[in-house]
Design a protein around this ligand. Structure first.
Ligand SMILES: Cc1cc2nc3c(=O)[nH]c(=O)nc-3n(C[C@H](O)[C@H](O)[C@H](O)COP(=O)(O)OP(=O)(O)OC[C@H]3O[C@@H](n4cnc5c(N)ncnc54)[C@H](O)[C@@H]3O)c2cc1C
Length: 503
């Protein structure tokens, strides 16, 4: 069988490797870091292991499908607990709102929080986002990148009467998410809350298409907590690939892709060793190819991305510290005021506004689940705090002075919302856009590839195939987009494409 080399053991690379291995290909994965997962990183803070990357695990049907098709069962590899509280949201004026797995419970909570009219708006928003999701799931998300005409034809084939097509006509992609939310919510706090879903794909709610409301539906279908931490997801995919015969080489950076007669025929490791392959799947950011990180020959396979087109980066703090004053859930969001300004500042003025929104994942909360080392009131609990930032990690990023003021602003916002974190020296690891650029070269620190801004952004991502025969792409920077499940789907799409091409 042909030999397929996969560069990168992020979710896209891991799922491509597992899917190709079960189809019988010889698969070798080369990863520059010492373990699988890519952005699913963990860091050690003292004796505690803290998830430093993604924490919201959704669309578990994607993983069930990957395992089932390989003749395995997801539940034999991963233990998932469904979160009853999707997230706890707080505002400095004392407002607090939980969203629940049970939609009616959320509707009731919204009524208590903001009144009957907003609760009715939520009910209608849920229906609308569910219809958009139903329309796009099988026609766009799980398929190879269609053209706009192909997508319209697929939707039309399903019939004008279909809910999905009606939803798409009622939610055109040229309408912004922000504007669509105003049709459902009058309370600006609820627009903030539901607009924030666009940041799951690194985008501004002001510029993201209204169709991204489907992310709200994805959360309502279920958020799961992964026992042992998020890295277990990557390890499970590696095990699945190994059971199909795939081989994994960690601490092994690839420095160049090798072309023979215009076709990708191998790769060169940083050690100088050449590995021959019949096809390559590149799981780093597509922009890394265009920027020449994998050699001059591979540049034409990438898609150059202007700085302004980059999705969000972040500043993250992995902290182990005692907390008081606020009953944290597993997922928590602390909102400041003037939400639109936060995105105008990041995307247009390239800086973080004072008192930005803070996401906090309290990793010892929510179920008796998530980590190796649990916290307690005295020794502290394990947390990831995240603030959105411009993806300027290749041109300076966030300097020490700004980081110090940012930490102060974050502390003030949390304390206005009632939360005190009792920080001590050495209890924290910070990651800034410049660190993300180092970890994920060619991104500028963007964590989600290209921003999903404007009506046609979803079609502007590269697909699985490139201009160079034998070179394919998988990961969050390519179709169908970023996020753990979407990157996993991209790996499946690329495996399918390779099987078609070799057939
Ligand atoms: C802080 C943070 C929070 C997030 N939160 C969420 C969340 O809650 N939920 C969610 O679903 N998603 C979230 N995401 C997004 C999600 O993590 C990513 O979209 C997804 O994991 C990307 O997977 P990928 O396939 O693109 O691979 P990546 O994770 O980008 O990994 C690519 C791999 O390729 C390797 N590589 C690159 N170049 C080379 C080379 N030359 N040689 C060898 N190896 C190479 C890298 O080392 C890396 O391991 C978050 C991301 C971050 C960073």
């Amino acid at each position: 069988m042909p030999h397929i080399a996969v560069v990168g053991a992020g979710m896209g690379g891991l799922s491509a490797a597992a899917d190709l291995a079960r189809r019988g290909y010889r698969v070798s994965v080369f990863e520059k870091e010492t373990s699988p997962g890519g952005k699913l990183r963990q860091v050690e803070v003292g004796a505690a292991t803290i998830d430093a990357g993604p924490t919201v695990f959704t669309m578990h049907w994607v993983f069930e499908g990957l395992f089932r098709d390989a003749g395995a069962r997801l539940e034999d590899h991963l233990t998932l607990d469904r979160a009853e509280v999707l997230a706890r949201h707080a505002w400095p004026d004392g407002g607090r709102l939980d969203l629940f797995a049970d939609r009616l419970r959320s509707q009731y909570a919204i009524k208590e929080f903001a009144g009957q009219r907003e609760a009715a708006g939520f009910r209608d928003f849920c229906r609308r986002s569910a219809s958009v999701h139903a329309a796009l799931r099988d026609s766009f998300m799980t398929r190879a990148l269609p053209s706009q005409a192909e997508l319209i034809a697929t939707l039309a084939r399903r019939g004008l009467a279909a809910d999905g097509l009606r939803a798409m006509l009622g939610t055109p992609p040229w309408q912004s998410l922000w504007r669509a939310l105003a049709e459902h919510f009058h309370d600006p706090r609820l627009r903030q809350l539901f607009g924030r879903f666009s940041t799951y794909v690194g985008s501004s709610p002001l510029a993201a298409p209204a169709t991204l409301m489907l992310i709200a539906h994805v959360e309502q279908e279920g958020v799961w907590l992964v026992r042992g931490g998020m890295r277990k997801v990557a390890e499970a995919l590696q095990q699945l690939g190994e059971s199909g015969g795939a081989r994994y080489h960690f601490d092994t950076a690839v420095s160049e892709l090798v072309l023979c007669n215009g076709q990708c025929c191998g790769l060169k490791l940083a050690t100088g060793e050449i590995i021959e392959a019949d096809a390559i799947v590149f799981n780093g950011d597509a922009n890394a190819l265009a920027a020449g990180f994998l050699g001059r020959d591979a540049v034409s396979a990438g898609m150059p991305m202007a700085r302004a087109a980059r999705a969000l980066s972040a500043v993250t703090w992995c902290v182990k510290a005692p907390t008081r004053g606020f009953e944290l859930e597993h997922h928590n969001v602390f909102f400041g005021d003037r939400y639109p300004e936060e995105f105008q500042n990041i995307f247009e003025r390239r800086h973080i506004k004072p008192q930005p929104t803070v996401y906090l994942c309290a990793q010892d909360r929510g179920a008796a689940t998530t980590g190796a080392a649990s916290g307690n009131a005295d020794s502290g609990e394990r947390m990831l705090l995240l603030v959105n930032a411009p993806a300027d990690g290749d041109t300076g990023g966030i300097d020490d002075e700004r980081l110090a003021t940012l930490e102060q602003e974050v502390g003030e916002l949390l304390s206005h919302c009632g939360l005190q974190i009792e920080r001590r020296a050495g209890d924290c690891i910070v990651t800034r856009p410049q660190d993300f650029e180092r970890l994920f070269p060619g991104t500028g620190g963007s964590l989600y590839g290209r921003a999903n801004h404007g009506a046609f952004a979803s079609f502007a991502r590269p697909g699985a195939a490139t201009a160079i025969p034998g070179l394919y792409l998988a990961g969050g920077s390519v179709h169908p987009g970023p996020g753990i499940p979407m990157a996993t789907l991209s790996g499946r799409i690329v495996a399918e494409k390779i099987a078609e091409d070799f057939a």
